[in-house]
Design a protein around this ligand. Sequence first.
Ligand code: PAF
Length: 282
Amino acid sequence: MIIATTIKEVREQVAAWKREGLTVGLVPTMGYLHEGHASLVDASVKACDRTVASVFVNPTQFAPGEDLEAYPRDFERDCRILTEHGCDMVFHPAVSEMYYEDAATFVEIQSEMPKQLCGQTRPTHFKGVTTVVAKLFNICTPDKAFFGEKDAQQLAVIRRMVRDLAFGIEIVGCPIVREEDGLAKSSRNTYLNPEERQAALCLSKAIFAGKAMAEAGEKNADAIVAAMTEIVKAEPMAVIDYISAVDGVTMMPVTEIKGNTLFAMAVYIGKTRLIDNFSVEA
Ligand code: PAF
């Protein structure tokens, strides 16, 4: 696997592949990879001739006081996982390679969409995500890019950016990967101590219960959200940020299941903020 740290190296390698007529898949990550990331690499390797993964803890998507410095990092281990899964090149830039000190250009969706759900408590987060992802798209010029459905709002925001700015890149959403006991895989799960790890199961329990209600024909989104909320509230270590039902494309709140509906939650277990979701089609 090629390890590239500069934009120039990535551009030259991707251009060489394109001259050979090969297609390129991009898997953007912040590293500390788990099976969820590996499933994105697998999907890209299957769908594209060449796969590039980026490993970059993007400072612009963290607000002051969030976990930028504490965010787990292990680039050697990431490289082993990427190699095992058939990734062809990893892009691991320094912050100075990605952002000029006086960088003043950002990509921001100016609608209610990024203000919903996670945007309520992380108002600058999606501006950082769209900016870095747009930049990664410009650097790697992939044919397809692969994102996890666990970050459902991020996926919706990126689809919107790609549509609005005519990126000409196919965005592929990949299913949530869970631990055996149901907890959605996340790099942030490493923050949990054993007691918190047990308490964190209230998220997936609520997700599975809500999904079962929807699959049994319940159309009242508020009733499903109420049932999910009750399950999370029964866990003394859990503090709810939000549990909401929204339109799967616009991210705007809904009270009835219509079309694609997303049930999403963010819950603090101790200091760790975890997210999970499911979606249903009416
Ligand atoms: O989902 C992530 O890990 C990040 O938000 C992303 C898409 C790599 C942008 O930094």
